[in-house]
Design a protein around this ligand. Structure first.
Ligand SMILES: [Zn+2]
Length: 69
């Protein structure tokens, strides 16, 4: 029973992947999203760093930062 509920939790977290928190720079030219707020790609950000979700960042046309591949 315990194994079963662990598997259930695993499946839930897998399907929730698209709502993962990512970070974007709040500037007009920013086209990237970042998994970590401490990413070196964000250290150049002169504006505010915004927390958003992966799904929303993709809808805004943002792509994964080159430092995080
Ligand atoms: Zn990055």
């Amino acid at each position: 029973m315990k194994t079963l509920s662990l598997l259930f939790l695993f499946l839930i977290s897998a399907t929730c992947k698209e709502t993962k928190t990512v970070y974007v720079c709040n500037s007009e030219g920013a086209k990237k999203y970042h998994y970590k707020s401490s990413c070196r790609g964000l250290s150049n950000c002169q504006y505010k760093i915004l927390e958003t979700t992966l799904d929303k960042a993709k809808k805004d046309g943002k792509t994964l930062c080159g430092w995080e591949k």
